[in-house]
Design a binder for this molecule. Structure first.
Ligand code: TIU
Length: 230
């Protein structure tokens, strides 16, 4: 059992029953010219979480942890796009419209893809989701349960939208969630803070919060860890 220093108290996990979840690290959110910017956001605000998330991804891979990635997006014909999601707001460009990285939030477009730094490798499922949460209208629960996964460690964007929605969905499905605060990014610093506070309040009503430094210290040097578990 590995113990991570976290709030509201230590998060315990065993490697074989834990997955690293990389939420929506897509160009559409992180770079100018995509969906995030079309909503009026400053995409540069998300970049600082990418370095720590990359370090966590590399170390989890080295340790042999199961890794899953998600992408928010829609079919090219937009038949899975609710009217409300397309029409709400007054964005100049909407989902399905052409931006500088291709059609916004449409599967297969360059902007819909995951950034090179965090790109999935063989053996890491990529879950395409039409909504904000990773469980709604996806096979996330099946993929995780087939592997016996009980605990989820989250990085991704944005903290209070797709990460928090996924954490809440995971909580209702019986998973324990740990969010690494320097590995999740928001366009709004005040929402980042509030979202993390909500997750760990009331004795961990939705889960735990820690950071990459404390998590990686607990994970240890992968070689040592693998030897210890033999
Ligand atoms: N707008 C915003 O903050 N986020 C999203 O629309 N999707 C995700 O968080 N992935």
């Amino acid at each position: 059992m590995t113990k991570v220093d976290a709030e509201p108290y230590e998060f315990e996990f065993t490697l074989a029953k834990t997955a690293l979840v990389m939420i929506d690290w897509q160009r559409d959110f992180v770079y100018p010219g995509g969906f995030g910017e079309s909503l009026g956001n400053d995409t540069s605000k998300l970049l600082k979480a990418m370095g720590p998330a990359q370090k966590v991804l590399q170390q989890c891979r080295a340790a042999g942890m199961f890794v899953v990635h998600t992408r928010e997006g829609h079919r090219a014909d937009l038949t899975d796009l609710p009217r409300a999601k397309r029409e709400r707001g007054n964005a100049p460009l909407r989902i399905g419209d052409m931006g500088s990285m291709g059609r916004l939030l449409v599967r297969g477009e360059y902007g819909h893809g995951i950034v090179d730094e965090l790109a999935p490798i063989d053996g890491e499922p990529v879950i395409d989701k039409p909504g904000k949460g990773m469980f709604y209208a996806t096979d996330s629960d099946t993929v995780l349960r087939m592997r016996g996964i009980e605990k989820l460690i989250f990085t991704g964007v944005t903290t209070e939208v797709c990460v928090q929605t996924s954490v809440r969905e995971a909580n209702d499905r019986g998973y324990d969630a740990l969010v690494l605060e320097d590995c999740v990014g928001s366009y709004f610093p005040e929402f980042q803070e509030a979202a993390l506070a909500m997750i760990k309040a009331q004795g961990g009503i939705f889960g735990w919060v820690s950071d990459s430094t404390r998590f990686l210290a607990a994970l240890g040097t992968p070689g040592v860890m693998a030897a210890a578990s033999r």
